[in-house]
Write a protein that binds this ligand. Structure first.
Ligand code: RP5
Length: 160
């Protein structure tokens, strides 16, 4: 069974992570949700990333805000794909989180989604899994068809 690790820098990030957890569960993908901080528990971050492949994790979603180094630190210690999910902040609206996650040095990529874009983080993880999993691929095709149907319906029913 496919498994995605969802790591948050703080428990306060959970509302942003929730849509990722929900869409993964909806597709029958196992999730391992943890709170591990790059700055407050750096030893745990190191151990988590080092052991993720052994624990059969296929991809990691790193959820963090402010000086959001979690995704980068995890990516430093694993060759698994790491998806960075920046959390909105009160000070800078999440631009701080976004830039901290997306601006990785050459050689250590973190696939970054938009600020608070938990659903897209989950969908991107599913797309990675779908490379080798036909049932997830089929589910994603259905998901996209439903999205298209919704837009076509909105277009038809728009009465301005
Ligand atoms: C980051 O600092 C976390 O990812 C969180 O988004 C932010 C604030 O953390 P708390 O002070 O709410 O624990 O490390």
């Amino acid at each position: 069974m496919a498994k995605v690790g969802i790591v948050m820098g703080s428990k306060s990030d959970f509302d942003v992570a929730r849509p990722a957890v929900e869409i993964l569960k909806k597709f029958g993908v196992e999730t391992e949700v943890r709170v591990i901080s790059a700055h407050r528990t750096p030893d745990e971050a190191h151990a988590y990333a080092k052991s993720a492949r052994e624990r059969k994790i296929d991809a990691i979603i790193a959820v963090a805000g402010k000086a959001a180094h979690l995704g980068g630190v995890l990516a430093a210690y694993t060759t698994l794909p790491v998806i960075g999910l920046p959390v909105q902040t009160s000070m800078m609206g999440g631009l701080d989180s976004l830039l901290s996650i997306v601006q990785m040095p050459a050689g250590v990529p973190v696939a970054t989604v938009g600020v608070n874009a938990g659903l897209n983080a989950g969908l991107l993880a599913l797309q990675i899994l779908a490379v080798r999993d036909e049932s997830i691929q089929k589910g994603l095709e259905d998901y996209k068809s439903a999205l298209a149907e919704q837009v076509i319906n909105d277009d038809k029913t728009l009465s301005l």
